[in-house]
Design a protein around this ligand. Structure first.
Ligand SMILES: C[S@@+](CC[C@H](N)C(=O)[O-])C[C@H]1O[C@@H](n2cnc3c(N)ncnc32)[C@H](O)[C@@H]1O
Length: 200
């Protein structure tokens, strides 16, 4: 099992936005849509062994599970519609309560720190994607890694504090888009799992 936590600083906390303005009125929801596509979609199928956590504004988590996920298509607009349903479903939930908005997508009010504690209890080991970290090809990786990455903004000081104990992993010297990082991580893990020549 592998997981990604995308930390979003600007995405909306409710569903009252237009699908025609994802980068503007929807607070760069386009970034979360691209990360969702890259996390799950293969050319002809869906990665079942993946969880994606969209941690929005340190308050809300949208959780997508490959094993149960339905209706995910390659286009950003239909992905945004799925996320909008999740954000709408979140309204009225109490802290600690979670609800499924569509198959494989759950939502709950939860901060980043609580999320990290919860998934660690489920067996995931968080790792922070950071250009300054250890190069991924040389790094030992746990069986159930959970890679944490930020959106178009840097991690805040509070987020850095929540993440300080976890190993940092670099994918290379250039600053990449989040969805590109997800693709590279998948490739590295795919190579390792398939025991391709050249992987450690
Ligand atoms: C678009 S980047 C953030 C850019 C940065 N905050 C800025 O405004 O210049 C999104 C995230 O991808 C991850 N990332 C980008 N390039 C990376 C690299 N070469 N190695 C590891 N992680 C990377 C980091 O977690 C980063 O926060």
């Amino acid at each position: 099992m592998r997981a990604f936590i995308v930390v979003s600083h600007t995405a909306p906390l409710e569903g009252g936005f237009s699908l025609s303005d994802l980068p503007g009125g929807a607070g760069r929801l386009d970034i979360l849509c691209r990360c969702t596509t890259e996390a799950f979609l293969l050319s002809h199928g869906i990665r079942k062994d993946v969880r994606l956590y969209l941690a929005i504004r340190d308050r809300l988590v949208v959780e997508l599970e490959g094993r149960r996920l339905r209706h995910l298509n390659p286009d950003e607009r239909s992905t945004a519609a799925l996320l909008r349903r999740a954000l709408t479903r979140a309204q009225g939930l109490s802290p600690g309560e979670s609800a499924e908005s569509t198959p494989g997508i759950r939502v709950r009010w939860e901060g980043l720190r609580e999320l990290l504690v919860r998934i660690s209890g489920e067996g995931f080991q968080p790792l922070v994607l950071d250009e300054e970290g250890q190069f991924v090809r040389k790094a030992p990786l746990p069986a159930w890694p959970a890679f944490v990455l930020s959106d178009h903004k840097d991690f805040t000081p509070a987020e850095r504090e929540s993440l300080v104990l976890y190993p940092k992993i670099s994918l290379g010297p250039l600053s990449l888009h989040g969805h590109q990082c997800i693709t590279l991580v998948h490739n590295e893990l795919d190579l390792r799992e398939a025991k391709w020549v050249g992987s450690p």
